[in-house]
Design a protein around this ligand. Sequence first.
Ligand code: ADP
Ligand code: ZN
Ligand code: ZN
Length: 724
Amino acid sequence: MSSIARIALNRPLRRLFDYRIPEGMDLVPGQRVRIPFGRQQATGLVVETGVQPPANITIKPIISELETWPALPEETFKLLSWASSYYQHPLGECLFTALPASLRKGRPAKEKAEQWWTARGSAEELPTNAHKQRALMSWLAEREEGASDRDIVRAGYTRAQIRALQNKHLIHPDIRRPRPDAVTDANPGGRTPTLSAAQAHAASKLSTPSEGFSASLLYGITGSGKTEIYLHYLKKNLEPDQQALVLVPEINLTPQTVARFRHYFGHRIVVWHSALNDSERLSTWLKIRNGEPIILIGTRSAVLLPFTGLKTIIVDEEHDSSYKQGEGFRYSGRDVAVYRAHLNACPVILGSATPSLESYHNALQQKYHLIRLEERAGNAQPPEISLLDIRSRPLEGGMSQPALDAIRKTLENGHQALVFVNRRGFAPVMMCFDCGHMVECPRCDTRLTYHRRDRAMRCHHCDYQTAATEQCPSCKSDAFKPVGQGTERTEDILATTFPETPIVRVDRDSTQRKGSIQSILDTVNTGKPCVLVGTQMLAKGHDFPGVTLVVVVNADGGLFSVDFRAPEQLIQTLLQVSGRAGRGKARGKVLVQTCHSDHPLLRSLCDGRYLDMADQLLTEREAGQFPPFRAMAIFRAEADSMEQGLALLDSIKPLAQAPGIDAWGPLPALIARRADRHRSQLILNAASRKQLNLLLKGICEQLDQRKIPGNVKWVIDVDPQETG
Ligand code: ADP
Ligand code: ZN
Ligand code: ZN
């Protein structure tokens, strides 16, 4: 009698589906199959085989296997199964995140072949007036291996011209697999720095892949040369047939990093990020799955891919909050990376100048090796950080006179300056000074941000926008003014104050166009005086050797937040931005504008000793019984009314009553209404991770049995990054 396979579907359902395995079909877990589902067909992934069929129930057979090998090899399958149960997310959706879109849809796991052309004749055989065809002919003749349709069109020729040459039998068609894109910046074997004594010492403490699992926290101050250590480590330790994974917070922002890796490893470097198209994704996925010895530089989701020869994982800027997925399958790329290294018995290196308190705590607990690198590479000095009290100073576009003077002096010395503002747009609020009206989002409990460049008022929490007005929409008064700073406003002030100097704005709005980051970097890389003004984006891993001054327009945002992570995130951001200063020959200076210059956190920032601050913050976390000393999860509800969401969470709370577990709430979220949905949350804070996990599992099972109105949605966020 034939047996049954349990199949996972790419649906948000906490259950699997049984199908009969047809005679002669041999299935293993992780394999893709096509199955009948309702009146349609669906792509499924085999989770289990050999299940005994229940009596008296007809079970539909699997239609076909999509390939004879598992799309998800055993290790990847185990990893995702673990993640499903750790993050309480349906197994099907977890497994399918490891597949590119085309494979999720059931397309074949093969690259689309491309049409290639090679020259057979010569341009001389064409009439002299067929200029374009002759040009294409000579262009092709220069390429011995030929060129693909895509390359020919990219070079400025048309398909009609290709056809004309084909009809004249001057070129020869050929079907081939796509080549990786030509890498222009690859120069393996070029000159690379030798490690400094401090770097070499740090590198020598990293365990090698042959020693099996190890987790190291490489604490290296900004500009200490961590990237150089990763490069040397891989060069020295990764065998030619092995794979490595380098996770980075955002690739598009730092093309320099990829360029540096290509300089060492050439075509062995492959990238994975959200801007890849479907065929690039599939082609990269196949390389990973086939065990090709690549070094993958990727963002968060790269950690879920089906590697088959993974021997080293590096997580750069491990503190970065973008490693945590904020919706759907809410995993932490960093934490999954550590678990994966464990499964693979290979090393994981977590690098940061401002380690997360979680990782630092693990290092203090001896779970990770702590490796300290506390001097900058290449003779550069750490920047000098000072606070600038702005309580009684007049400000222009948020800038105080001493800050503007410091920028002027920097530019006069031929250097570059960087100004950090924590908001994009012109101003976070438009307010009427006659009637007090402030423009709010009609769909959210937030104010609209004024974007002067586009004459728009935009909500940064939903996609609402409306035209900006000159007068108060409520009382028509002209006393309708922007309040507070955004990057556009600061950019304007700088442009007026320094009319001769290029002012470069870097935020989500200014970098949307493709290639805009590169043109920004090109301006900075000329080394000529300029001022960069931007958001968080500027804090991320850039190496700007010409920048000697950093001005923080306002440091006070995170000082009094209700979120227990706010102080940690504040000092991380401030130290990371500060770290952009003085990476070249001249020492860097950082001016932090604040209304709270006596705040202890800001005072200790000036010493620039991150681990001392981290020790202090950990003491506070322990006293308050917060993570990493406890395990936290949040039930979040979203509904058409606040009552519905709170009622659901209220019904969950009794299920969470257990010794060792605190349940806080339910309460409306900080932004209680977003895109017309009312949001609330119930926080669970547990003494034991295991207990929390079991409890969550139990609650999910109960909730799945219940009839919950379709307009009420709930999710669990394990190890939440935001508690507002
Ligand atoms: P981090 O990743 O720690 O911020 P990077 O690896 O980007 O630091 O190094 C900072 C700068 O110092 C880069 O410009 C890099 O090229 C340079 N650098 C790193 N190591 C060395 C070295 N051993 N000798 C000279 N320059 C170095
Ligand atoms: Zn008004
Ligand atoms: Zn809104």
